[in-house]
Design a protein around this ligand. Structure first.
Ligand SMILES: Cc1cc2nc3c(=O)[nH]c(=O)nc-3n(C[C@H](O)[C@H](O)[C@H](O)COP(=O)(O)OP(=O)(O)OC[C@H]3O[C@@H](n4cnc5c(N)ncnc54)[C@H](O)[C@@H]3O)c2cc1C
Length: 318
């Protein structure tokens, strides 16, 4: 390993869930019920079947109906954690590398430009230093090192950028087609023996009154209105924003699956606004960042998005 690459962090010893679930497995129809057909649910289902577990996945709507089918499609490299938690940056880049090996046909490159105005000149050097640190992680995800652009070069790449620019920086990220990733996960899981039930709502999680252990899941097919029950040894709550509601289906307090709301807005245009992903301050809201992203899967749309960096005042609310 060269000196510019990142050494693997020490990993904690992992318990093997498939071994724990193997005990008494013949008494239930499946080992694991996964609730939710987003990227987490389908990924867990695929992973569990690859470990030899018997899996059933229930999705109330369609695969990728929730956040997984409605996001920016960016595979975060964890740049924002580089200062305070570089291990997260490393894990994110490593994960991006895994996704590239698993689904290279679903990837697309997202080159970012960070323009810097003359009045904020100091940021050119500061961001440059941050991205230099980020470059060390790029080999984990086949990313290109960052570059420093002068004002002329920025205008060449993005003629529409306004303001008195002192220069810009570039860095490299990857994007993925989320709905196709969910579908590919589910298809692969099914081919390995998983039962994938789309259009099926989980209505109740039965648990042993004394031990609290999961016994079965009750569900309803939304097309036929037919109810069903499947016995299982474990349930994975992969229902995203609905996780607290899903927890209550097993008589667990909603706090057991807390979700912290984060503000994110997408505006989709019917044409391209820019050639690259642009990271810039929103005009009238200094604490927020906004990115203008070029099209992901087609060259005829553009998406602008904002992500709030503010957190809720009271922690633990959702
Ligand atoms: C605007 C926006 C932009 C984002 N951009 C990015 C990005 O660029 N990169 C990134 O990595 N992340 C991004 N995210 C975050 C990312 O989309 C989510 O973290 C991720 O999709 C969560 O996946 P999930 O599988 O946990 O949940 P979801 O995809 O929401 O899936 C949950 C599923 O559970 C199902 N469900 C709920 N209750 C039941 C039930 N009782 N029975 C059966 N099914 C049920 C729902 O129908 C849903 O399909 C973004 C999010 C948003 C909102």
């Amino acid at each position: 390993m060269g000196k510019d690459t990142v050494s693997p962090s020490k990993r904690k010893p992992q318990t093997r869930p498939e071994r724990r679930l193997a005990v008494g497995a013949d008494q239930t129809e499946v080992d694991v019920v996964v609730i939710g057909g987003g990227v987490n649910g389908t990924g867990v289902a695929r992973d569990a079947t690859m470990r030899g577990l018997r899996v059933a996945l229930f999705e109330r709507n369609d695969l990728a109906f929730g956040a997984s089918g409605n996001n920016s499609g960016m595979i975060h490299g964890g740049l924002r954690y580089i200062r305070n938690d570089p291990e997260v940056t490393e894990t994110s880049c490593r994960d991006s590398g895994h996704i590239q090996r698993i689904a290279p046909h679903l990837l697309f490159r997202i080159p970012f430009i960070v323009p810097v105005e003359r009045e904020r000149k100091i940021w050119l050097r500061l961001i440059d230093a941050g991205l230099e640190a980020y470059d060390k992680f790029q080999p984990l995800k086949r990313g290109k090192p960052h570059t420093l652009l002068d004002p002329y070069e920025v205008r060449q790449l993005e003629p529409g950028l306004a303001g008195d620019l002192v220069g810009a920086l570039t860095f490299d990220e990857w994007g993925i087609d989320g709905p196709r990733l969910c579908t590919a996960n589910a298809v692969d899981a099914e081919e390995r023996g998983a039962k994938i039930r789309v259009g099926c709502t989980v209505e109740q999680i039965e648990r042993d009154e004394k031990t609290g252990a999961v016994r079965a899941v009750r569900y309803r097919d939304r097309r036929t209105d037919q109810a069903g029950r499947i016995t299982t040894r474990a349930v994975v709550n992969a229902s995203g924003a609905w996780a607290p509601i899903t927890a209550s289906l097993g008589a667990l307090p909603a706090q057991r699956a807390r979700v912290r709301p984060g503000k994110g807005i997408h505006i989709v245009y019917d044409r391209r606004l820019c050639n690259y992903a642009i990271m810039a301050r929103a005009a009238s809201t200094p604490p927020a960042t906004s990115g203008c992203r070029s099209s992901r899967t087609s060259s005829t749309i553009a998406v602008t998005s904002t992500t709030s960096s503010r957190r809720p005042k009271r922690s633990g609310t959702w």
